[in-house]
Design a protein around this ligand. Structure first.
Ligand code: DGY
Length: 320
């Protein structure tokens, strides 16, 4: 019997045809509706491979309910939706999609920083709502980006990508990371600081750390108080790194000046969420890596990883 694969979201045929020629492939039929939990649990029971989205909860219950699962290929660089420990205990290989999305995600992150700092989305709304009556000296005056200080929390490859972009804008670059990145310091001129110093001195605090037990809830009221009142927070990593209640409060009370968010505690975020009624918040729906080129590259990488494992070879990008 051919090994079987379950793909949890509808992907283009051009991407999955090589899998279809070798294996039994079943795919959830919708592109924009997540597979219901019961369906996922049921489909996972007897397959050899899963191609999952970051919105699928690949937890202990799911993994221990499988009989022949060999590989989970997650369409994301982040893998906080997967219980790695359980997968490891069961000998199931987990793969992600690093590198192929680095530059695209760095583009979005820097774009979010610019959109928030220079009030681009507010400006768009202003025109569309017919509010633009005349040019005026301080109309939608934002904050400069060039020569300001950016503080990057999480200096992985996406963090470095953002730092390279910041260098082009003549920004001072601070970073905080679990370990020092000496090469980035030399190449980009990034300066390592403690978390508290980064908060105190940055005009833009940019979160690009993975979601782990250490980073969950890293930004609370206390951290916002340490930031400049003029500072802007950018989160392009994972929502739960920031306590959203504390963020709302910090924005309301003027502890910080604005926020650009690609990620949220609950996704999709409730349209009634207080963050979304604030003019100084720019929100986009977790599209960090969403360029056509990159999303196709990510999907292809998932396919290659699955093929490798099912052929008894080492996958290109296993999570270690
Ligand atoms: C990832 O790949 O983890 C990103 O969050 C997707 O945009």
């Amino acid at each position: 019997m051919k090994p079987s694969i379950f793909i949890t979201r509808k992907l283009p045929h051009s991407i999955i045809c090589s899998l279809e020629s070798q294996y039994e492939v079943e795919m959830w039929e919708y592109e924009d509706v997540p597979v219901p939990r019961e369906v996922l649990l049921d489909k996972s029971k007897h397959v050899s491979a899963l191609l999952t989205m970051l919105s699928d909860n690949v937890d202990k219950e799911l993994l221990y309910g499988t009989a022949s699962l060999k590989v989970v290929a997650n369409l994301a660089v982040g893998y906080d939706n997967i219980d790695l420990k359980a997968a490891g205990n069961l000998g199931i290989i987990v793969c992600n999609t690093p590198d192929v999305l680095t530059e695209t995600t760095a583009d979005l992150t820097f774009g979010l920083l610019m959109a928030t700092g220079r009030r681009l989305i507010e400006g768009d709304r202003y025109i569309r709502e017919g509010r633009w009556k005349s040019w005026s000296p301080l109309l939608l005056a934002g904050t400069d980006i060039h020569h300001k200080t950016i503080g990057i929390v999480g200096m992985g490859s996406i963090g470095e990508g953002v730092a390279r972009r910041a260098k082009g804008f003549n920004m001072n670059i601070l970073y905080h990371n679990r370990s020092r990145k000496y090469e980035a310091e030399e190449r980009i001129g990034a300066v390592y600081t403690s978390f508290n110093d980064l908060l105190a001195h940055s005009d833009f605090v940019v979160i690009l750390a993975p979601l782990t037990e250490d980073t969950k809830g890293m930004f609370q009221r206390e951290q916002f108080i340490k930031m400049k009142n003029t500072a802007i927070l950018i989160n392009a990593a994972r929502g739960p790194i920031v306590n959203e209640e504390a963020l709302v409060e910090a924005l309301k009370t003027g502890e910080i000046a604005g926020a650009g968010l690609d990620v949220f505690q609950e996704e999709p975020i409730d349209p009634q969420h207080p963050l979304l009624s604030m003019e100084n918040v720019v929100a986009v729906p977790h599209i960090g890596s969403s360029s056509k080129e990159t999303r196709f590259n990510m999907m292809s990488l998932c396919v290659e990883n699955i093929e490798a494992v099912l052929n008894g070879e080492s996958p290109k990008t296993p999570v270690k």
